[in-house]
Design a protein around this ligand. Structure first.
Ligand code: NAI
Ligand SMILES: N[C@@H](CC=O)C(=O)O
Ligand code: NA
Length: 429
């Protein structure tokens, strides 16, 4: 039977919702030809209709009764964000037989399996390309294209806000707070930017990628998270002096020990491909057993780029409805153990402020040796501060996060040995 139209309900008309509405209006004829049925926007739920002034939005479609809107659509597009009430709206949509498109990584990283199961039980789709890497096609490749391969590791820059902040601090020497405000103004940051700065947004994406790559129920709480909130201009200068740049990486992997997922800042060599990813761009390396290395690159945040991924999903699930089918399910059959990513080994650079006294360097290296931490390089800087202290940089060989932190705690406990300025992972292939 020919479909006259596919009813689309939009929940949210903020940074992403507004641009999604624009694409749906501007591309309506094109989408109709691709789908074989017209997309009919039946309602747009927002918190405050008076705040919506986009010329392409028909104000008569605005509603504040979000739950009701989820009950009268073929496709519900959730662009509200957060856990509740978004979870309730998505479940309502699925249980009323609508397919769902969402960009909500926070929701999927906490309740994904419950929602995937609800979609399957109701014979509908749940698609979420925008939830990882914004415009970059990465969810679909993991969910469909690479399903015949075994993925060993995924490593990437998956948060546009933090990449923008680190890049602007590095290239323009701007202060952290100034750049964060810019990222918020450009629409990259989450409603609560601590999700970006604290690494939680990247951690949610790491959990989603782990589910798709390893077929294992991996949630937000399984991801080891460190953010960029403590990174200072002096850390950036130190990295530059080592011909490195600081990036916030999400790394998920599976080996004989199990699955590990972590997010942390790390110093990359300046000529590493990920070091060159600038502004709000994201990049994801996927290491497949048969495919070998794949790289995905593009705009990871912002209204229009994210809306591109959202409308791609809307067209896809609409096509499925016209065909009377659904896309692939998300099987979670693996019970591989989850390994604490903070136990993964890495090289580290520790910066100390030390007094220029006889025996200080010897005492610090002795404490490192007592913990079995092997030193790759040590460098004391000639320049002294007002108190007559000097910076001492120690780079280690591979060591676990746990051991290096115990080591520097012991150094810090000896007041005469000097103070720890910062500690940072150093990328070694
Ligand atoms: N901004 C970006 O670059 C990206 C955002 N995302 C995700 O997209 C989603 C939306 O993000 P933004 O557009 O940036 O958020 P936003 O804060 O700009 O917009 C949120 C919209 O939801 C509406 N809303 C909030 N509570 C509601 C409720 N109970 N009922 C109806 N409407 C409600 C607000 O009125 C507003 O229109 C989030 O899940 C976010 O994580 C994903 C990728 C990139
Ligand atoms: N706040 C996020 C938006 C996209 O997911 C980011 O900065 O990457
Ligand atoms: Na994407």
């Amino acid at each position: 039977m020919a479909h006259e139209s596919i009813k689309v309900a939009l929940l949210g008309a903020g940074t992403v919702g507004s641009q999604t509405a624009r694409l749906l209006v501007e591309q309506a004829d094109e989408f109709e030809r691709r789908i074989g049925a017209r997309l009919e926007l039946t309602g747009i739920a927002v918190l405050d209709p008076d705040q919506v002034n986009d010329p392409w939005i028909d104000k008569s479609l605005l509603t504040t009764d979000t739950l009701e809107l989820t009950t009268r659509a073929d496709v519900v597009v959730e662009l509200i964000g957060g856990i509740e009430p978004a979870r309730t709206f998505v479940l309502s949509a699925l249980n009323h037989g609508a397919s769902v498109v969402t960009a909500n990584k926070a929701l999927l990283a906490q309740h994904g399996p419950e929602l995937y199961e609800a979609a399957e039980r109701n014979g509908v789709d749940i698609y979420f390309e925008a939830a990882v890497g914004g415009a970059i096609p990465i969810v679909r490749p993991l969910r469909e294209s690479m399903v015949g391969d075994k993925i060993n590791r995924i490593m990437g820059i998956v948060n546009g806000t933090t990449n923008y902040i680190l890049d602007e601090m590095t290239t323009r020497g701007l202060a952290f707070d100034t750049v964060l405000k810019e990222a918020q103004a450009k629409g990259f940051a989450e409603a609560d930017p601590t999700a970006d700065i604290g690494g939680f947004d990247a951690a949610a994406k790491a959990a989603i990628m782990s589910v798709l790559a390893f077929h294992r129920d991996v949630r937000m709480d399984d991801v080891h998270v460190e953010g960029i909130e403590n990174i200072t201009e002096s850390d950036i200068e130190a990295a530059r002096a080592m011909n490195r740049v600081i990036k916030l990486l999400a790394v998920v992997s599976e080996n004989e020990q199990g699955i590990s997922a972590g997010v942390y800042p790390i110093m990359l060599p300046a000529d590493h491909q990920l070091a060159k990813v600038s502004g709000s761009f994201n990049a994801v390396f996927v290491e497949g057993e048969a495919s070998d290395d794949l790289m995905f690159y593009g705009r990871g945040a912002g209204g229009a780029p994210t809306a591109s991924a959202v409308t791609g999903d809307i067209v896809t699930v609409a096509r499925h409805r016209v065909a009377g089918s659904t896309g692939p399910s998300i099987p979670l059959y693996s019970n591989a153990p989850i390994v604490d990513a903070s136990q993964a080994h890495s090289s580290y650079m520790v910066r100390f402020n030390v007094p220029d006294n006889v025996g200080v360097l010897a005492r610090i290296t002795e404490i490192f040796a007592q913990h079995g931490v092997s030193i790759r390089a040590a460098q004391q800087h000639e320049q002294e501060d007002a108190q007559g202290n000097h910076e001492l940089w120690i780079t280690t060989h591979s060591v676990s996060d746990h051991v290096i932190r115990e080591t520097i705690d012991d150094v810090a406990a000896e007041k005469t040995a000097g103070a720890v300025i910062s500690i940072m992972r150093v990328f070694e292939e």
